[in-house]
Design a protein around this ligand. Structure first.
Ligand code: ADP
Length: 204
C-alpha cells in the first residue's frame, strides 16, 4: 500500500465528523479544519473581506468589519449565482491556507476536515484517501436539533443544501456508518481505520 499522508474527512452535518476528527487527532493526525479557516478569512480584517465587500457590497459587511453571515446565508440560499461567487472567492483562499497549515505537520499525517469535500472538485485530488462519516438523515436531524439554537427544521434546511449522502459515499475510500453504534464504537472504528491506513502503511 502506498503511504497515506493526507486524509480528507467529510460528512453531513450531525454525522459525527467532528467526533471522528477528534479521535484521529488522538491517533496523531495533524488537523487542518477548513471550517475554522473559512471563519478566520471572514473575521474583521480577514483575507477574504476585501474581495467579498467588492463582490457583494457594504450590506455583506457587518459593523465590525466581519462578514455579515446571516445576510450572506440568506443571499446564498436564495440566489445560486451569489452562492457560486461566494465560493469562487472563498475556496481558493481556503485551499491556500489549508496548504500552509498542512506544511506545518512535519512527519505527522494530515487530516483535512472538509464539510463540503463532496461538493468541491479540488479536494479529492489533494488527498490520498477520503473518509466519509455517514448516518441516516433522521439521525442527523435528531443530533443537530439537540444543539443550542437549533431545531429539526433548521437541521433539515442545512441538510437539503449539502450534498446528498450517495454523492458523499461515491467519493469515499472508506465509510464509517455512524448509526446504531455508541460513541465508543465510533472511536474504535476510527482508530481501526487509522491503523489500517497509517500504521500498516508505514511498515517497511
Ligand atoms: P458533525 O461534526 O458531523 O456535525 P458531531 O461529531 O459534532 O457531528 O456529532 C454531532 C453530535 O452527535 C455530537 O453531540 C456527538 O457527540 C453526537 N454523536 C456523534 N456520534 C454519536 C454516536 N454514535 N452516538 C451518540 N452520539 C453521537
Amino acid at each position: 500500500m502506498n503511504a497515506v499522508r493526507r486524509i480528507g474527512l467529510t460528512g453531513g452535518i450531525g454525522s459525527g465528523k467532528s467526533t471522528v476528527a477528534r479521535v484521529l487527532v488522538g491517533c496523531g493526525a495533524h488537523l487542518v479544519d477548513t471550517d475554522a479557516i473559512a471563519r478566520a478569512l471572514t473575521l474583521p480584517g480577514g483575507a477574504a473581506m476585501p474581495a467579498l465587500a467588492a463582490a457583494f457590497g457594504p450590506q455583506a459587511v457587518a459593523a465590525d468589519g466581519a462578514l455579515d453571515r446571516e445576510h450572506m446565508r440568506r443571499l446564498a440560499f436564495a440566489d445560486p449565482t451569489a452562492r457560486e461567487r461566494l465560493q469562487a472567492i472563498l475556496h481558493p483562499l481556503i485551499g491556500e491556507q489549508a496548504a500552509r497549515e498542512a506544511a506545518a505537520a512535519g512527519d505527522r499525517p494530515v487530516l483535512f476536515d472538509v464539510p463540503l469535500l463532496a461538493e468541491s472538485r479540488h479536494w479529492r485530488a489533494r488527498v490520498d484517501r477520503v473518509l466519509v462519516v455517514d448516518c441516516t438523515e433522521a439521525t442527523q436531524v435528531a443530533r443537530v436539533a439537540q444543539r443550542p439554537g437549533w431545531d429539526a427544521e433548521a437541521a433539515r434546511r442545512v441538510i437539503a443544501q449539502q450534498a446528498p449522502r450517495a454523492q458523499r459515499r461515491a467519493i469515499a475510500d472508506a465509510v464509517i456508518h455512524n448509526d446504531g453504534i455508541t460513541p465508543a464504537q465510533l472511536a474504535d472504528e476510527a482508530r481501526a481505520l487509522w491503523r489500517h491506513w497509517i500504521d500498516a502503511g508505514a511498515r517497511p
